[in-house]
Design a protein around this ligand. Structure first.
Ligand SMILES: *[C@@H]1O[C@H](CO)[C@@H](O)[C@H](O)[C@H]1NC(C)=O
Ligand SMILES: *[C@@H]1O[C@H](CO)[C@@H](O)[C@H](O)[C@H]1NC(C)=O
Ligand SMILES: *[C@@H]1O[C@H](CO)[C@@H](O)[C@H](O)[C@H]1NC(C)=O
Ligand SMILES: [Zn+2]
Length: 374
């Protein structure tokens, strides 16, 4: 897994420069040659940037040509590109995808493994059961609130986007593929704001209930749609719906598609606010936010929030003054700790390459980087 080594190796050079010279967290002062790295990860062959030189262009977001190649039947394997399947089979044959059985979801309970498989064991390590898998991201860098929102783009999203823009903030949006197809204007608004777009699967299932091939298409189609809608960027992060991932699902995301899994360390349950019987309330979230935002800054916060309803958006907006008054530094989840937002581009405006863009840091950032920011 050479791709994981790049961040560490680069610390000696660019990270010192990025964090040291200016005396603040500012990863952008580097010339392209310092942070483009060749990479042999299969993902770069699967999502090649269309080039005007080849006479290929991306259809404009929202047009019929843009949406027509994507599956109407979400679970359909029929038109999965053969190259995706080949890459999966190759990873399986190389022993890179742990043979963890799929779960079942008895009504009202967490995904359940067959007898003999402990969700907390290192071989299974289910995030649903709070088992933290090495290299997955649960915590933010010390002192940072890392912004992210799940389940969009949806009609409540523009209110959030206007607010973020007004406050000069950028967030990571873990988007559902089918929602992008249905709300292209909301998508464009986030993209125009130069926010970071990441993957929240095509249809929002419990991913551990899915076969290897199903996991692949849930992630692959969402990546393809984001790729085709962002000038050829390859998403770098995904968040499993319900936080449901394990060693097998994570390995497919990482080994075949180059995706890093992001969970969270605080949960508002704001997804339920618009339900007939919510399991939380605006008051309750305000109390939680107060506790978290006036609390310790080590580790930094990654709060699970949704752009799912007007209420869930409002719950974030209501908490914003506390973010500012308590001195939290803010960044998108994708760019926290000095990371690029995409596998082949730094962010929404920087150049797109045919290969990997190296991180400037690791998650969480090294002590020297934190020290120079405080
Ligand atoms: C993505 O964009 C490329 C380049 O325009 C195009 O060839 C491909 O068909 C698009 N994919 C889908 C699923 O529409
Ligand atoms: C959400 O807010 C928007 C903008 O204020 C409003 O147009 C819409 O009706 C609201 N939706 C619901 C379900 O309350
Ligand atoms: C994107 O990166 C460029 C440098 O590559 C920087 O100038 C710009 O501010 C960044 N944009 C955002 C939204 O972070
Ligand atoms: Zn979700």
């Amino acid at each position: 897994m050479s791709s994981l080594l790049f961040p560490a190796l680069l610390l000696v050079g660019p990270a010192v420069q990025a964090f040291g010279i200016a005396g603040q967290y500012h990863p952008y002062g580097l010339t392209p040659s310092t942070w483009y790295q060749p990479d042999s990860h299969p993902v770069h062959a699967l999502f090649r940037r269309a080039s005007k030189d080849d006479g290929v262009a991306y259809a404009s977001v929202g047009s019929p040509e843009w949406s027509k190649g994507f599956p109407a039947d979400p679970g359909s394997m029929q038109n999965m590109p053969q190259a995706w399947l080949d890459a999966l089979n190759k990873a399986v044959a190389a022993g890179k995808i742990p043979d963890v059985p799929v779960t079942t979801t008895p009504p009202g309970s967490n995904p359940t493994y067959p007898d003999g498989y402990d969700p907390m064991s290192p071989d299974v390590c289910s995030a649903t059961y709070q088992c933290r898998i090495p290299d997955d991201i649960w915590d933010g860098p010390d002192g940072y609130l890392s912004l992210s929102f799940d389940d969009g783009p949806l009609p409540p999203s523009p209110t959030l986007y206007k607010f973020l823009k007004q406050k000069d903030q950028h967030a990571t949006h873990f988007y559902i593929g089918t929602n992008i197809l249905q709300h292209p204007d909301c998508f464009k608004m986030a993209w125009d704001n130069q926010d970071d777009i990441a993957v929240h699967t095509w249809t929002h299932p419990y991913m551990t209930t899915k076969t290897n091939e199903e996991v692949l298409v849930e992630l692959g189609w969402t990546m393809q749609l984001i790729h085709n809608s962002t000038g050829g960027r390859v998403p770098k992060y995904w968040r499993p719906p319900y936080g449901d991932s394990d060693m097998r699902v994570r390995a497919i995301a990482k080994e075949v598609l180059g995706l890093t899994t992001v969970i969270w360390n605080q949960d508002t349950n704001d997804w339920s606010l618009s339900d007939p019987v919510p399991i939380t309330s605006m008051d309750n979230i305000a109390t939680q936010m107060h506790t978290w935002l006036t609390g310790p800054k080590k580790p930094g916060l990654i709060i699970l929030e949704h752009e799912l309803s007007n209420q869930s958006v409002q719950a974030f907006i209501d908490a914003w003054d506390l973010v500012v008054s308590n001195g939290w530094k803010t960044t998108s989840v994708a760019q926290m700790g000095g990371s690029s937002a995409y596998q082949n581009s730094w962010n929404a405006t920087s150049p797109v390459t045919q290969a990997k863009v190296a991180d400037l840091s690791v998650h969480p950032p090294p002590a020297q980087a934190v020290a120079s920011t405080t």
